[in-house]
Design a protein around this ligand. Structure first.
Ligand code: AHR
Length: 499
């Protein structure tokens, strides 16, 4: 059997985890909003038309921050269409997804719902077809107390108190030629800088995220970040990263190592931020918002130009397998490992559209396989990330070269150390030896794993709990050492409790 070794020392830390690392994303796309979170007429709908069963799963998932309303959608969005009486809101063409946008859900509806599910909003402004004026008006609408045209419109629409939206995205994927209003780095950097100036004058307390690259393979990657940050460094707090992974053909070995790619992506963006910091003589650091990430079988998507105009069409409703859940769990390990610089993460998306939660119109809602590692990591991955130096055998991948067969990270929350670990080997279990001699207070704990004899097993409406995590058993600590067995192709959570 293969073996790996991990030493833990609570004095050797990486950073405090920002809870916003466990965020998600609600886009007006497909059935994420309409017949997703919102379905008036559904037996579980509340008075505002939002599904209580879906909201319950969102709370269970544990998403402290929710990005909204896009995504590509935001680059053609007129936010004013979504406020006021529903009967007078216009129907519009959404050019991003060739869909009909009914505007039955808008800013007020979303912000009230986000509060109910316990999430802070992360609002994106349209820097595709619009710009400074729409952004500063939206911020005034959301955050200014009263006595101005936009703040009084909010009050008239039923929200007397300002929403106090702190975190804002300056557009979405503006580096992508598919984006409505796509820009060069120079054009975008200039617009983003001017937008931040106006937004900070409306509300100096906002935190602002500039668009980074849509993925690491973009031809402008690196140069884009350098140019955008050169123009905006003093005004922004975060640069965004987006990344999606899928299995190509039968190359599961590479797919299982997707977190290696995310590590490299994050580390390259950190290096670029710090380069601009040095060149510009800045003192503050720019942090990272990985505000779209997930497994997405993008190669199955026909492309937006091949869609037909429809209301809430079924778009990219990927059904996730055990293998996908192991990759998602591993991507969370990567985010935690970089908690010193990654402060925001948004699993894209929340419901139906490449999502941990699925539901049917008039029907049930259920947890996809990826729900489980996310929910457990969000619940137990809070506290301080420990420096985790895992010694593990290596294997060869086509996409990422030689990579470790296992990956792990540990988080200390005062009452427990939680180790999140994956075994990427598809055939063999792996013994993980834990050296805990630097943690004399640890006594015993538990081991939960997500693994299955069938790595392609999925959850469906008819079999919603086909794939769930299972208790492997108690974990004992003797003479400062412990040992657990990670099943072949598995995601694991080992919780070691303090005395
Ligand atoms: O999440 C789906 C889409 O992926 C988003 O709209 C876009 O930002 C990204 O390309």
């Amino acid at each position: 059997m293969q073996r790996a070794a991990l030493s833990l020392d609570p004095r050797v830390t990486v950073a405090e985890v920002d809870p916003r690392l466990f965020g998600s994303f609600v886009e007006h796309m497909g059935r994420c909003v309409y017949t997703g979170i919102y379905e008036p007429g559904h037996p579980a709908a509340d008075d505002a038309g939002f599904r209580r069963d879906v909201a319950g799963l969102v709370r269970e998932l544990g998403v402290p921050i929710l990005r909204y309303p896009g995504g590509n959608f935001v680059s053609g969005y007129t936010w004013e269409d979504g406020i006021g009486p529903r009967s007078s809101r216009p129907r519009r063409l959404d050019l991003a997804w060739r869909s009909i946008e009914t505007n039955q859900v808008g800013v007020d509806d979303f912000l009230r719902w986000a509060r109910e599910v316990g999430s802070e909003p992360m609002m994106a402004v349209n820097l595709g077809t619009r710009g400074v004026d729409a952004a500063r008006n939206l911020l005034e609408y959301c955050n200014h107390p009263s006595g101005t045209a936009w703040s009084d419109r909010r009050r008239a629409n039923g929200s007397a108190d300002p929403y106090g939206v702190r975190v804002w995205c300056l557009g979405n994927e503006m580096d992508g030629p598919w984006q409505i209003g796509h820009k060069t780095a120079t054009e975008y950097g200039r617009l983003a800088a001017e937008t931040t100036k106006a937004m900070r004058r409306v509300d100096p307390t906002v935190e602002l995220a500039a668009c980074g690259s849509s993925n690491r393979r973009m031809p402008t990657f690196g140069a884009w970040e350098a140019e955008v940050l050169t123009q905006t460094y003093a005004q922004v707090d975060y640069i965004s990263l987006h990344t999606y992974y899928e299995q190509f053909g039968d190359d599961r070995d590479s797919f299982l190592a997707s977190a290696v790619d995310l590590d490299r992506f994050i580390e390259a963006v950190v290096a670029t931020c710090d380069h601009v910091r040095a060149v510009g003589g800045h003192t503050k650091r720019i942090n990272l918002a990985v505000d779209e990430w997930n497994v997405w079988y993008q190669s199955r998507f026909p492309g937006e130009d091949n869609l037909d105009w429809a209301e809430a069409p079924r778009l990219i409703e990927d059904t996730y397998s055990v293998a996908d859940a192991v990759v998602v769990g591993n991507l969370l390990i990567s985010l935690l490992r970089h908690a010193d610089r990654v402060k925001i993460g948004c699993l894209a998306q929340l419901v139906n559209v490449i999502a941990p939660i699925r539901c049917e119109p008039g029907g049930p809602a259920w947890r996809q396989t990826i729900f489980h590692p996310f929910a457990l990591t969000s619940r137990h991955g809070r506290g301080t990330v420990l420096h985790t130096d895992l010694q593990a055998p290596a294997y060869e991948t086509t996409l990422y070269g030689t990579v470790p067969v296992a990956d792990a990270v540990a988080v200390h929350d005062g009452s427990a150390i939680t180790v999140f670990a994956v075994n990427r080997d598809q055939r063999q279990d792996l013994v993980l030896d834990l050296d805990l001699r630097a943690c004399p207070d640890l006594v015993a704990g538990s081991h939960v794993a997500l693994a299955d004899a069938d790595p392609d097993a999925v959850n469906t409406a008819d079999a919603p709990d086909r794939v769930v995590p299972h208790e492997v058993g108690a974990v004992t600590v003797e003479d400062g050492r412990s040992r657990v067995t990670l099943p072949a192709l598995s995601w694991n959570m080992i919780r070691l409790l303090t005395r």
